[in-house]
Design a protein around this ligand. Structure first.
Ligand SMILES: Cc1ncc(COP(=O)(O)O)c(C=O)c1O
Length: 393
């Protein structure tokens, strides 16, 4: 059998990620591959660190992209900061808290779960109670922007509570970074990881991470070797550590790093606060359109992530058929619900480059069509008009 080159369709990605990639980022990726110790590449790595520090709002020296997806960033935080025998309080209000628990267990540590209903933010009082009940805990882990539900948790408040109980925090901001306010230094976050494929609108497969001094001290004072050779930061830093002497650790994903560099340049050009405001504004327009179709969000307004809109599927509507029509006829991807929300919600992403007026209007128009096909009682055109009114058109 003769195989041919793979040519994917051109889709509009409005699910939970990956998001639409900025053409500038794809163009950067196709530039010539050079060696991972080439002095020009090493200069680019130094710039990348500065750009990531800006995106995270931190001065942390230990700030770099892990050469693997968000799950590897998560694992980097856990394997470096948690040791066998430790107790870790994990706040779970969606899929990713569950994945954190897995990480804790695989580090030989004991997770203490603080559970919140899916669609709600992490409850600070429950964290406080758990820490009082488990004074031996050394670490608290939680998700800033829960992609499975669209709920945003209060990083600063949760971090303050953890610190009052002598714990370091590990924060998942895979979907948060670049989309909503995040201030690593001002909020005292000890360790954080993100992903390239959400609000940075880069290709998937890289995970920016950052660790403050307290986290670095913990890593330095470990009694046990980090269980993962690849993710052991003391080894990774031989390559990413700065200065003139860089040693081979692994062959960096050179072209993917060009892509991340470009996406961070784009973010810096726009300005972080402008990017946060743009996500909010696009969400408001989308929401106005959804309202006209009687579609409701599962998250209360004050805890809603603008970049991830979890929308209740109305009674009598086949949620999978709607997604199929959008994909087949509009080349538009939106996400399904996960876990207890499977079949009950759609997840509409407005992330990074994809958080724009064209996508909002396109998605609303396509949804109107799909819902009419399902026999829903809606007036086509009203959703798009409502969103246009928000834009002042
Ligand atoms: C909140 C959150 N954490 C972690 C991950 C894992 O990232 P990845 O799929 O890039 O491994 C995701 C991916 O969607 C996520 O949304």
């Amino acid at each position: 059998m003769t195989f041919k080159s793979f040519h994917p369709p051109v889709r509009t990605l409005m699910g939970p990620g990956p998001s639409d990639v900025n053409p500038r980022v794809l163009a950067a990726m196709s530039r010539p591959t050079i060696g991972h110790l080439d002095p020009v590449f090493v200069d680019m790595m130094d710039e990348m660190k500065g750009l990531l520090q800006y995106a995270f709002q931190t001065r942390n020296a230990l700030t770099l992209p892990v050469s693997a997806p968000g799950s590897a960033g998560m694992e980097t935080c856990f394997v470096n900061l948690v040791q066998p025998g430790d107790t870790v309080v994990v706040c779970a209000n969606g899929v990713f808290g569950g994945r954190m628990k897995e990480n804790v267990e695989r580090c030989g540590a004991t997770p203490v779960m603080v559970e919140d209903e899916w669609g709600k933010p992490v409850d600070p009082q429950k964290l406080e109670d758990a820490l009082k009940a488990h004074p031996q805990a050394s670490t608290v882990a939680f998700v800033h922007a829960e992609t499975s539900t669209g709920a945003c948790s209060d990083v600063k408040t949760l971090t303050d509570i953890a610190h009052r109980h002598g714990c370091l925090v590990i924060v998942d901001s895979v979907t948060g970074l670049g989309g909503v306010e995040l201030r690593v230094d001002d909020w005292g976050v000890d360790a954080i990881y993100s992903g390239s494929q959400k609000c940075l609108s880069c290709t998937p497969g890289l995970s920016p991470v950052s660790f403050n001094e307290a986290a670095v001290e913990r890593i330095k004072s470990r009694k046990h070797k980090v269980q993962s050779w690849f993710l052991d930061l003391s080894l990774v830093m031989g390559y990413w550590g700065g200065g003139t002497k860089r040693a081979y650790h692994h062959t960096a994903p050179i072209n993917a790093l060009y892509a991340l560099h470009e996406s961070l340049v784009v973010l810096q050009e726009e300005g972080l606060e402008n990017a946060w405001a743009r996500h909010r504004a696009q969400h408001e327009a989308l929401k106005a359109g959804l309202d006209t179709m009687g579609l409701n969000m599962i998250v209360a307004p004050e805890h809603r992530l603008p970049q991830l809109n979890a929308v209740k599927v109305p009674a009598g509507v086949d949620e999978a058929a709607v997604r199929k029509l959008l994909l087949d006829e509009f080349n538009l991807e939106i996400g399904a619900g996960l876990g207890p929300l499977a079949g009950k919600v759609w997840r509409i992403g407005l992330m990074g480059y994809g958080a724009n007026r064209k996508n909002v209007l396109f998605c609303l128009g396509a949804l109107e069509t799909a819902l009419v096909a399902q026999g829903a009682d809606i007036v086509p055109g009203r959703a798009v008009a409502a969103a246009r009114a928000v834009y002042g058109a």
